[in-house]
Design a protein around this ligand. Sequence first.
Ligand code: CAA
Length: 243
Amino acid sequence: MSKTLLVTGGTGGIGTAVCQNMADKGYTILSTYYPAEEEQAKEWAEKQSFDVAIYSCDVSDYESCAAMKEAIAADGHNVDIIVNNAGITRDGMFHKMSPEKWKAVMATNLDSLFNVTHQFISGMIEREFGRVINIASINGQKGQAGQTNYSAAKAGAHGFSMALAQEVVRKGITVNTVSPGYIGTEMVMAIREDIRDMIIDQIPMKRLGQPEEIASLVGYLASDEAAFITGANFAANGGQHMH
Ligand code: CAA
């Protein structure tokens, strides 16, 4: 039986590429979408060349994640692989950052790892197989002016990966972080053009990454071949940050 992949925010740039990569490899694909975006999510699912089941879920809300898990179970799925991909930016210089911007980013980008992963980890332990792949960011590794909230949440994501990796290391479950650099998605295209051009100029490869270049790494980490890799943080950033 094929393994089942759950991607949070699968409708976004990196999420869609992950769904496509894994569908091509024969996985059963499930994606969450933000409840207010049901129509767009349905349109997205219809447009794809692969089958994808979509589930309403606000990843920042534990009860919403619990309801999503129930809906997935009711459809007869066990989740073998989670890609915690849903994320937002609310950029602003720290002295001007509102508590709302801080909280929204922490809830969606960091609390979500607890809210979503907690629903499925017991099933993975029982079945003695699991992959948890957390999509973080170069900015969790190097920090970024204008992103104290996002950088803190994304650095926290890897702390989560390392701690959970240790807890489940003998259960056939690996937990890893992928830290993309600036990828050509809506999130990056929303940066003011002159600032974005400046950023691209700081990337040694002088270009944005492509969502597929992140998806192939995720696909590898989900595979049986990657069984010995856990608690690791993989950078894919065109040489913008090396450590
Ligand atoms: N380092 C140091 N100082 C900086 C700076 C930097 N990188 N960037 C800006 N500043 C300074 C400016 O020079 C300016 O100083 P003065 O007031 O003395 O002139 C001050 O900070 C304010 O800068 P802005 O004029 O840009 O302020 P703003 O309020 O108009 O905009 C901002 C703030 C929205 C954060 C804007 O700077 C911005 O968009 N920056 C880019 C942030 C970024 O990289 N976001 C990534 C989003 S994509 C993503 O997150 C995906 C991923 O994982 C990579």
